[in-house]
Design a protein around this ligand. Sequence first.
Ligand SMILES: [Zn+2]
Length: 72
Amino acid sequence: MHQSRGHPVFRAQHATATCCRGCLETNHHLARGRELDEQARAYVVEVICRWIEAEYDAAVPEPPLTTQPRLF
Ligand SMILES: [Zn+2]
């Protein structure tokens, strides 16, 4: 659990610059003052999900090998 570090989506939004319209405009070329259409929203969600997956992969260590033959 990493509750103290904030909700994963919240952290992802800042990491991927999807936290507000200003960042969306600067980093993702989604113009401010225009409602996000379905395609733009799907894009933003995908960016966030990809970041969370990458973060999760990086944070979770490889499981220990359990297939080694026992000697005794
Ligand atoms: Zn922002």
